[in-house]
Ligand binder design. Structure first.
Ligand code: UDP
Length: 327
């Protein structure tokens, strides 16, 4: 019998790629999304229920309609800068709404919960690569709101027998190689799409490099970019682990390889054969110099093995999407 999986935020970037992966593995994803950030077209061919995770009545109705095996909870606000100036939005959407969602899930006996967390819960790294034992001292309300949910999940595990998989993403990038879905934020702030947008026909954009005086080999910030379909597959492995009753866990999801801003620019130039117009800007507030993960635990626990390990391959899929994007 096919299993129903509730995917909140399934019309968003990582959510929609996970929805495709779920269908590919024979599950029936039910997308629940308020479409504030997500796109209806991103879930074409799957069931979409438009609603908010803060809406207890709508959730009760949803849980009574479907017998879910698990919940994958993507729906959240995720802009670091915005979280600093609008913290209430982050605690409300990321923490309070998650409590509402968990109450509904538990009321209907759904005890497997996969949670989108972030490397932002670690704050400024005290060592790299960052493993799961690294201290969690977030430096912005976005990271704090995600860490609070992590704490809550541990307590719900003890108190209510909730099984959780906490997945701490590093930098998601790229687009689906086969389905017409990719990264499409209403307010784009991420490096790779912004690099590629400068290269589109008739674009008059330039890429601002946020700081070239960091203590890194080329002076620019280093991040660990993971392809969105590798991330999506890891959700399936994590969910299957929970469904096989093998206990709760928290794990980093990353390639384990650093790429600087300048290296990403060079890779985009290699992929496209075009020159990225640059502006030399100052540091962006709240940017740690290096965020690179130790992904050994994901390998051991989930058999995680990213298909995309070269930033050029990741950028190639993102470029294909930019050239043919539907939304
Ligand atoms: N960055 C940049 N110019 C931009 C956007 C991003 O130099 O227009 C840098 C940013 O400062 C960071 C890296 O690229 O060091 C990755 O930023 P992004 O916003 O993609 O992800 P984050 O690591 O902040 O989640």
């Amino acid at each position: 019998m096919k299993e129903f999986i509730l995917v909140t935020g399934g019309a968003g970037y990582i959510g929609s790629h996970t929805v495709q992966a779920l269908s590919g593995h024979g599950y029936i994803p039910i997308v629940y999304d308020n479409l504030s950030e997500g796109h209806r077209q991103a879930v074409d061919g799957n069931i979409l229920v438009v609603g908010d995770t803060a809406d207890a009545a709508a959730l009760n109705e949803l849980f009574s309609r479907y017998n879910f095996s698990a919940v994958i909870h993507f729906a959240a606000s995720s802009l670091v800068g915005e979280s600093v100036v609008e913290p209430a939005k982050y605690y409300s959407n990321n923490l309070a709404a998650t409590i509402t969602l968990l109450s509904a899930a538990l009321k209907f006996g759904v005890k497997n919960f996969i949670f989108s967390s972030t490397c932002a819960t670690y704050g400024c790294p005290v060592y790299t690569p960052i493993d799961e034992k690294h201290p969690q001292l977030p430096i912005n309300p976005y990271g704090s709101s995600k860490l609070m949910v992590e704490m809550l999940l541990r307590d719900y595990n003890k108190g209510y027998g909730l099984n959780y998989a906490i997945l701490r993403y590093f930098n998601a990038a790229g687009a689906h190689p086969h389905f017409p879905i990719g990264e499409s934020h209403r307010r784009e702030t991420h490096l790779i799409p912004l690099i590629l947008k400068t290269l589109l026909k008739n674009s008059d954009r330039k890429l601002t490099i946020f700081g070239e005086d960091y203590d890194t080999p080329d002076g620019t910030c280093i991040r660990d970019y993971i392809h969105v379909t590798d991330l999506a597959e890891a959700h399936i492995s994590a969910m299957q682990k929970l469904l096989s009753s093998s206990g709760s866990f928290a794990v980093n999801l990353a390639v384990g390889r650093g790429c600087s801003v300048k290296e990403a620019v060079k890779a985009a130039e290699d992929v496209t054969g075009l020159k990225v117009p640059l502006v030399h800007g100052s540091r962006r507030e709240g940017d740690p110099p290096v965020l690179v993960a130790d992904n050994l635990l994901a390998k051991e626990l989930l058999g995680f093995s990213p298909k995309y390990t070269d930033i050029r391959e990741i950028i190639q899929t993102a470029w294909n999407w930019e050239l043919n994007r539907r939304f």
